[in-house]
Design a protein around this ligand. Sequence first.
Ligand code: ADP
Length: 488
Amino acid sequence: MSEPQSNIIRTQAYIGGVWTDAASGKRFPVYDPASNDHIADVADLDLDEVRHAIAVAQGAQKSWQAVPAKTRAALLKDLYALLKEHREELAELVTRECGKPIREALGEIDYGASFIEWFAEEAKRVYGELIPTPAADRRILVVHQPVGVCGLITPWNFPNAMITRKIGPALAAGCTVVLKPADETPLSALAIAALAEKAGFPPGVINVVTSSNAPSVGAEFCRNPTVRKISFTGSTAVGRILMRDSAEHIKKLSLELGGNAPFIVFDDANLDKAVAAAIASKYRNTGQTCVCTNRFLVQDGIYDAFASKLSEAVGQLNVGHGLDGTTEQGPIINTRSLRKVQSHIDDAVQKGARVLTGGKPHALGGTFYEPTVLADVNTHMSITREETFGPVAPLFRFTTEEEAIAMANDTEFGLASYLFTENIHRIWRVSEALEYGMVGINEGIISTEVAPFGGIKASGLGREGSHHGIKDYTEIKYLCMGGLEESN
Ligand code: ADP
C-alpha cells in the first residue's frame, strides 16, 4: 500500500498516518497548465473514505489537544525546517501544478513556510484571562480551547501557502485536520503531508483526502457533525454553499472568498512607485490571486501618464513556462478561465474601452495570454463587478476623492484595496473610508504572516495569519468559580 519514502512526491491520500489508495482503485489526472503534460494520477477517494478520514481525525483529537503547546510548537518548527530544506523541490512542484513563474513559486514556499514558523511561535501564546469579579466570592477565568476537527478546503492558486496558512494555526491551537486540496494541485498538498510525517506529527492529526468531486467532499464536511469548523479559500459562490450547508450544525466558518480590489492612483502619487506596485499587484500569478487588483481608479491629472508608463512596462513582461527562470508571467490555469478573461475584454472593448497593450491569447498558444492594459473603462462593463482573475488591468477615470471612494466601495466584495498618494491627510481619510479588510498604502504586495489577512462583505469571514489567526481555531470558555470563602 505505501509508496517509497525517498522524496516528497506522493500520489496516495494520507489518512491516519497511512498512504492510501482509493478502495475503488480510481485516480484522477494532474496536468501542467503550461505544457498540458500529464504529471501524475492521484487517488480519487469516495465519500466513505472521506468519512473514515474525519473519524480518524476525531480519534486523534483528544490526545493531540492534550499534547503540551511547547511540544506542538516543536513539531511545527521541525516542519518549518523541512519546508525550507525542500524549498526548491516544493517550488518546482507548485510551478508544475499551477504554472506560476519559479521565482514566484520560491516566494510562495517561503511565504507558506512562514505561517508554520509563525504559528509554532503562537502555539505557546494562546493566553487566557482572569477577569476582575463583581462578587467577592467568585473568580472569573477565560480559557481558549481547540475547536476540534477542522475540514480545510484550499484552492489551486497558492497550492502550498493556502494550506500552511490553515494547518499552521489549526495544529498550533490543538485541532486535528482533514484537508481537501484543489484537484488541480494535490501534489503540493501531499508533499506537505509527507514532510509533516517526517517531522513526526502523530498519525491522524493531519489527513489529506484527495478527490475529483469537490462538491461532495464539501457537503460531507458541512453535514458531518464531527467536523466542528470549516476553513475555506476559494470563490464566493462556493463559500455561500458551504455556509448554507453548515447551518444545520452551526459550524464555525473561516471563509476567504473573492475580491474586486480597487487600486486608486491620485494625482499626487509617486508615478514610478505606483506603476511598479501596479505590476506587482496585477500580474503576479497571471492575475490569479484574490488580492490582485481588479480595477485601477486613476485621477484625471495623472491618468495619461500612468496609462502610458504602465502599458509600456506591461508590454515588456516576459511570458513563458514557469520553469524557465526568465519568465515573468505563466499561463492561465485552464481554458474556462481564459474564456472569462477574453469575455471581460471583449465586453469592455465593445462598450468603448481601448486596448493599450495585449488583449488576445499569446502566440505561445495553450492558455498563455498577453498581459493586457485597457483604458477608458467605465462602470457599465462587466469587469467592474466581476473578478477577472487574469492578466488584465482596466483603467477607470475619476475626478474627486469622494468619487474615487464611492467607486471603490461600489461592490459586494471587500478583501484588498490599494491607494497611492503622497498626501498624509488623504491617506488617513481614504484608508478609513474604504470598506475593505486590507488596505495597501503606497504598497502593492501586502501579504505577510504577521498581519491579519481577510475580507469583509462577500469576501468572507475570519482572519488568517497574525495573532488573530490562531483564535479562529479556538472556542472561548468562561469558568466561574464561586463560593470562595474570605476567611478560614
Ligand atoms: P476557484 O475558482 O479558485 O477554483 P473554487 O471555489 O471553485 O474557486 O475552488 C476552491 C476550492 O473549492 C477547490 O479546492 C475546489 O475543488 C473546491 N470546491 C469547488 N466546488 C466546491 C463545492 N461545491 N464544495 C466544496 N468545495 C468546492
